[in-house]
Write a protein that binds this ligand. Structure first.
Ligand code: PLP
Length: 401
């Protein structure tokens, strides 16, 4: 018998989409996989050198639970630069990716029954972690407002049990970038209602002009004492597998995280910590610039191909590396969902995508453009041809036809 808790979550929708793509490929089909939440890029030389040097020096022991002291120092300086405020190492915890930072935040800030406001469509792990912590996710639909919540919608969602709000900018899956005004207004609500702000800026390095990334603590410094900043190197350094993230938060939060992490994973992988430390010390920014350039080119190329989808609105793709399509015009009478489109695209076009149902939005479709140009070209061209061929026929019929 499993614990009742296991009924609160299932394997992440994005992982399930990846698994379906892999199963189809294993069965011998040629699949273009647009599901991944990661960037195809070589390892940064400074990351590789840092890891190799640590191995050559025989590094093999536990580090402090919150990470190497030097790494926390360097990260404090990074957060200070990015927020225009002074941060100390004591306000930083190094974690096994952003996911662990978010999990830590949920576990140390949320009591059973506490409500957490999560704008929807949302990255699938936010509500799952709140549920595991005993909390109640409360979703605010952003689809009519360019995927950014209105302040009125947030106010309507508030109750005396509201404990926190999750802000993810640029957002996964929509790519929406929150402007200064909405961040300031959310900060005002957090102050007035005594809420925690969980601020996930994992995609903050990838924002496409004229949009710009703003940290909520820079827009409204008064919320710093109630904000947990979550970030990672998974996206910024194309380093998903190395599992290094961090959180910046008031000291009591970091102290509680230290205790929690000491009972869960101890420290993040020591070699990966040294690798990232070496990069932060000696990287000259060229790698990051190349990655940004790669994504900017892929975005332009992708939007160009997607402009052939005349029946659907063009995605904004303000930040991150996802195109998020609104399929409403294609879905018939409410009986079909994006799941049907995903299944049909995989079956007919050999293109793997992620259904918006994974993000609380049965009318959305997420396409990653973090992959190599030729694959992206092939995948999006097939997708546009297939969706255009379906026209306004029901998707399920199109699949059988
Ligand atoms: N936060 C958001 C919004 C994400 O999209 C992801 C991964 O897709 C993460 C956090 C997790 O990142 P990491 O791989 O560093 O745990």
């Amino acid at each position: 018998m499993l614990a009742q808790r296991t009924s609160l979550f299932k394997s992440s929708g994005t992982a399930a989409a990846r698994a379906a793509a892999k199963a189809a490929a294993d069965a011998g089909r040629e699949i273009v996989d647009l599901t991944a939440g990661e960037i195809w890029a070589d390892l940064a030389p400074t990351v590789r050198d840092g890891a190799l040097a640590a191995i050559h020096h025989g590094v093999n022991r536990y580090t402090d639970t919150l990470g190497l002291a030097d790494l926390r120092e360097v990260l404090a300086r990074k957060v200070s630069r990015e927020t225009n405020q002074l941060w100390q190492a004591a306000e930083i915890a190094v974690t096994g990716g952003a996911k662990q930072a978010l999990f830590n935040a949920a576990m140390v800030l949320i009591d059973p029954g506490d409500e957490v406001i999560i704008p929807a469509p949302y990255w699938t792990t936010f509500p799952a972690q709140v549920l595991v912590a005993g909390g109640v996710p409360v979703h605010v639909d952003t689809r009519d407002n360019g995927h950014v919540p209105t302040i009125e919608a947030i106010e309507r969602a508030l109750t005396p049990r509201t404990r926190a709000i999750v802000i993810n900018t640029p957002a996964n899956p929509s790519g929406a970038v929150y402007g200064r005004d909405i961040l300031g207004a959310i900060a005002g609500i957090a102050q007035a209602r005594n809420l925690w702000v969980i601020f996930d800026e994992c995609y903050g390095a990838f924002v496409h002009p004229p949009h710009a990334h703003h940290a909520i603590v820079s827009v409204a410094p008064e919320v710093r004492s109630r904000t947990v900043i979550v970030n990672a190197f998974s996206k910024t350094l194309a380093l998903t597998g190395w599992r290094i993230g961090y959180m910046a938060a008031p000291k009591p939060v970091i102290e509680a995280v230290k205790a929690l992490q000491s009972h869960t994973t101890s420290n993040p992988n020591v070699i990966a910590q040294h690798a990232v430390l070496n990069h932060l010390r000696y990287g000259d920014g060229a790698y990051e610039a190349r990655l940004r350039q790669q994504l900017a080119t892929a975005r332009r190329q992708g939007l160009n191909i997607l402009s052939g989808l005349t029946a659907l609105p063009q995605p904004d793709a303000q930040g991150g590396f996802y195109f998020y399509l609104d399929l409403s015009a294609l879905l018939q009478g409410g009986s079909e969902t994006a799941d049907d489109v995903v299944n049909a695209l995989l079956a007919e076009a050999g293109v793997a995508t992620v259904s918006g149902t994974a993000f609380g939005d049965p009318t959305g479709l997420r396409l990653s453009y973090g992959l190599p140009a030729d694959m992206l070209d092939k995948g999006l061209t097939r997708l546009v041809e297939t969706l255009s061929r379906w026209g306004t026929r029901p998707v399920r019929t199109a699949r059988i036809a």
